[in-house]
Write a protein that binds this ligand. Structure first.
Ligand SMILES: [Zn+2]
Length: 381
C-alpha cells in the first residue's frame, strides 16, 4: 500500500537558495514548454493541411536541452530532474485537457507555484533527508523508518519549504483490543481516553516548561540586546527546542498506541478560531499540536487498519453529561470535575468528554433516529 507523506523541511540559508533555484528552473521549463505547445496547437488549427506532431514529454525535454539549456546557464546549477518532471507534469496537464477533464494548463507564477520533483539517490535518515544535488536537509519532524522514496516533490508556501513523497508500507493490521475509543485532548494532561486511560505526557517536559517560564519571567527586566539578555535568549531558544522535541515524541507515541489498538478512534474537530479568543485554551491547544496529532493519526490509522472519526466541532462533548445526556449551558474551563445536576453523575471533565465522543459513534451505529441522549435515557428507564 502506498501512503502519502508530507512534512516541513528545515533548510539552511544556502539550501534555501538552491531549492529556490530548482523551483525556478522547473517553472521556467514548464512555462517554456507551455509556450511551445500552445504555438504548435495554434499552428495546427491555422494550417490543417500541414499539422505538426504534438510533442511528448520526452520530445519536449530533448528540445529543451537543445534550445533552452545552452542559453540559460542556471539550468546547469540544478538537477536535470527538475525541468524533466516539469515537462512531464505539463504533458499530463495537456492530456487532462484533451480528455476534457480539466481546462488548459496555465503559466506558472513565481512565488505561487514554486515546486519541483526530484528522483535518483534519495536517502531518508532520522530527521534529515538526502537529495541529489542538494545534500542532507534537516526536517522538523522525525521521519518514518524503512522508507525508500523513488521521487520527492518539494514545494514552497510563503517562506517555508515542504517535502512530500509516497512510501510503500505493508499494512500492519493488528488485532484491536478495543472497538471504539473517544479521545479528549487536554490542557493538564496530553489526552484522556474513554477507556479511562490518561496520557500525561513526559514528566521531563513539564519540568522544562516550568524552567522555561521562569527564565522568561526573569528575563523580562533585562535591557534588550544587552550581553546578559542575549545569553538568556539563547538559553530560552534551546529550552523551546527541547520542549518541542519531547512534545513530538509524546504525540508520536500516543498516535501509534491509538491506531494500533483501537478499531475506531473518535476525536473532536477543534474549532481553532473560536478557541483563540480564549487565551489559555489557545495556548494549550497550540502547544499540544492538534494538527500534528490529527495528521499523524490519519496516516497511522491507514497503516494499522483502524478508522478515524472526526466529530463536528459544535458537538458539546465537554458540556454534555455522558450518563443522562443533559447539556449544561455553561462549563468553566476551571471546572475540572463534571457534575451533572440532573442525575448527580460526577466524573473527571476530560473523561466525560472522551466518553461522549465514543458514544457519538455508537449512537450513529444504532442509526434508528435516536440520539445519544435518547439512548442514554432509555438505559436509565
Ligand atoms: Zn446527567
Amino acid at each position: 500500500m502506498l501512503l502519502g507523506y508530507h512534512t516541513e523541511l528545515h533548510p539552511t540559508k544556502v539550501q534555501k537558495t538552491l531549492l529556490a533555484k530548482h523551483a525556478g528552473v522547473a517553472r521556467h521549463a514548464y512555462n517554456w514548454g507551455l509556450w511551445l505547445t500552445r504555438n504548435i496547437l495554434n499552428h495546427n488549427s491555422n494550417n490543417p493541411g500541414s499539422k505538426l506532431k504534438f510533442p511528448t514529454s520526452i520530445d519536449l525535454h530533448k528540445l529543451l536541452v537543445a534550445m533552452v539549456k545552452p542559453n540559460n546557464y542556471w539550468y546547469y546549477e540544478v538537477s536535470k530532474c527538475a525541468p524533466q518532471y516539469a515537462l512531464r507534469y505539463l504533458s499530463e496537464a495537456w492530456r487532462r485537457c484533451f480528455s476534457k477533464v480539466s481546462a488548459q494548463p496555465k503559466f506558472k507564477k513565481k512565488g505561487r507555484d514554486d515546486s519541483f520533483t526530484l528522483d535518483g539517490s534519495i536517502s531518508v535518515g532520522f530527521n534529515q533527508i538526502k537529495l541529489p544535488r542538494i545534500g542532507w536537509i534537516k526536517t522538523y519532524e522525525i521521519l518514518p523508518d524503512n522508507v525508500n522514496p523513488k521521487s520527492v516533490t518539494i514545494s514552497r508556501k510563503a517562506d517555508r519549504w515542504f517535502i512530500s513523497f509516497k512510501m510503500e508500507r505493508t499494512p500492519q493490521i493488528s488485532e484491536k483490543s478495543v472497538d471504539v475509543v473517544g479521545v479528549d485532548l487536554g490542557i493538564k494532561t496530553l489526552a484522556t481516553l474513554s477507556t479511562g486511560e490518561v496520557f500525561d505526557g513526559s514528566k521531563s517536559k513539564k519540568k522544562l516548561e516550568s524552567k522555561l517560564s521562569r527564565l522568561q519571567y526573569l528575563n523580562r527586566h533585562k535591557t534588550k540586546f544587552s550581553k546578559n539578555w542575549k545569553k538568556a535568549q539563547v538559553k530560552i531558544a534551546r529550552l523551546h527546542k527541547k520542549v518541542a522535541d519531547i512534545r513530538k515524541d509524546d504525540i508520536n507515541k500516543l498516535t501509534t498506541y491509538l491506531a494500533k489498538n483501537h478499531s475506531q478512534i473518535v476525536i473532536e474537530d477543534l474549532n481553532v478560531s473560536g478557541m483563540m479568543s480564549n487565551h489559555k485554551l489557545a495556548k494549550a491547544v497550540g502547544s499540544m499540536g492538534f494538527y500534528e496529532f490529527r495528521r499523524q493519526l490519519e496516516y497511522k490509522c491507514e497503516l494499522y487498519g483502524s478508522e478515524l472519526i472526526i466529530v463536528d466541532r459544535w458537538f458539546p462533548s465537554s458540556k454534555t453529561c455522558s450518563r443522562c445526556g443533559t447539556v449544561k449551558e455553561s462549563l468553566l474551563l476551571s471546572e475540572r470535575i463534571f457534575n451533572c445536576e440532573c442525575c448527580n453523575f460526577s466524573c473527571d471533565r476530560d473523561l466525560n468528554a472522551a466518553l461522549n465522543l465514543a458514544m457519538a459513534v455508537s449512537s450513529t451505529v444504532t442509526a434508528c433516529g435516536l440520539d445519544n441522549a435518547d439512548v442514554a435515557r432509555m438505559k436509565q428507564e
